[in-house]
Design a binder for this molecule. Structure first.
Ligand SMILES: *Cc1c(COP(=O)(O)O)cnc(C)c1O
Length: 377
């Protein structure tokens, strides 16, 4: 089975990790700092703070912004549940907003329509690897005094109007899960230009304590103070060594993803019953996912049939995503459900993610296209 996503590691990664295993320091130490500073450089942000995973990084972002009970945060409905769960972790209320039907990116006009006096922030999701319309979102945020958080877990390596994802929002969140652009096994990062937000992120990742173990060692002191309620969300040096080594190859990985996308684009143009998502001329896409929408009427099939037929051809298609407001937990918790974000709901019925990862060969791409072509009525 050809999966929809998979990591790409080689001997350089293995050597980088084993070097840390032979060193004196395993957890959050010098290699985390090196990874943070290389990452900040790669996305043109002033600060990068590493976390144990992307979900922890989202949680910390909500803490850093001061989201609390009584706060509302507008979140794209077409995303992984973690984009909204982070708001609940700090006692806030996620308010789902709808997406543009062509790109499935957060619709700035719908965001504005859902703002109330309690709204404090927007979580924009760079769905599939395409940056949101940050100029429009920034306009909405400025008019209403809101913070913008980019859930950029799909979009490392993408640009919007020539600017790197990671420098477009007040806080940008990344994941290093193995299906993402670079991996640390599990891991995450938040980038920001704001030194005070970076300080709060670091506090939150280490129990709300003002200094870490290494700082106390080097100051020759035992003393520390816990000033906030934080968590242990630290990334290790072992993981960061893998992250650094992977980051070295980010351009190569993203370049290969773009080449695969171009090959899909060309081949799928010939098939009238399938439509890839729109790509804005303002962006360079990072293609975490390659998402297509089927014309199910033309095919005279359900999406479930298409899914089964593709899996039957050993093509590991997937669905990204079930709109978050349709999950039972959210329906019960927030009294949301069908009709709340109709564009995301209609898109959900028609979409599939087809395999997209840098280790795919051109032959793999052609095999996927051939399997899709067999669906022709
Ligand atoms: C992967 C992902 C996350 C969560 O990242 P983890 O590292 O798995 O915790 C959050 N949001 C989106 C959109 C993601 O794709």
């Amino acid at each position: 089975m050809l999966p929809y996503g998979r990591q790409l590691l080689d001997e350089r990664d293995v050597e980088a990790v084993t070097a840390v295993l032979r060193s004196a320091w395993l957890t959050t130490g010098p290699v985390v700092e090196q990874f943070e500073s290389a990452f900040a450089g790669a996305v043109a942000a002033r600060h990068a703070v590493a976390f144990s995973n992307g979900t922890a990084a989202l949680h910390a972002s909500m803490f850093a912004l001061g989201i609390k009970p009584g706060s509302e945060v507008i979140v794209s409905s077409m995303t992984f549940a973690a984009s909204a769960n982070c708001v609940l972790y700090v006692g806030g209320k996620p308010v789902f907003a709808d997406v543009d039907p062509g790109t499935l990116l957060l619709d700035p006009a719908d965001v504005e329509a859902r703002i109330t006096p309690a709204t404090r922030a927007i979580v924009a999701v760079d769905y599939a690897g395409q940056p949101c319309d940050y100029e429009a979102l920034r306009g909405v945020a400025n008019r209403h005094g809101l913070a913008v958080v980019a859930d950029a877990c799909h979009a490392l390596g993408a640009t919007y109007r020539g600017r790197a994802v990671g420098s477009l929002a007040d806080l940008s969140v990344f994941s290093f899960h193995p299906v993402k652009h670079i991996t640390t096994g599990e891991g995450g990062m938040v980038t920001t230009d704001d030194g005070e937000l970076a300080r709060r992120l670091r506090l939150f990742r280490n129990h709300g304590i003002t200094s870490d173990h290494r700082q106390r060692d080097s100051a020759g002191s035992f003393f520390y103070e816990m000033v906030e309620l934080g968590f242990n969300y630290r990334l290790t040096d072992i993981q960061s060594a893998l992250g650094l080594s992977q980051l070295d190859r980010l351009d190569e990985f993203v370049g290969r993803r773009r080449a695969i996308a171009a090959r899909y684009d060309r081949a799928l143009r010939e098939l009238p019953f399938i439509q890839p998502l729109n790509v804005s001329p303002d962006v360079e896409h990072a293609y975490h996912l390659y998402v297509v929408a089927f014309d199910l009427k033309q095919l005279a099939r359900t999406r479930a049939d298409v899914f089964k037929a593709m899996r039957g051809e050993n093509i590991g298609v997937n669905v990204h995503y079930i709109p978050v407001h349709l999950h039972p937990y959210y329906r019960a918790k927030l009294s949301v459900g069908p009709g709340f974000c109709p564009i995301a709901e209609a898109a959900y019925e028609r979409i599939l993610s087809i395999p997209m990862f840098p280790g795919m060969s051109d032959q793999d791409v052609d095999d996927v296209v051939a399997a899709i072509a067999k669906l022709r009525p």
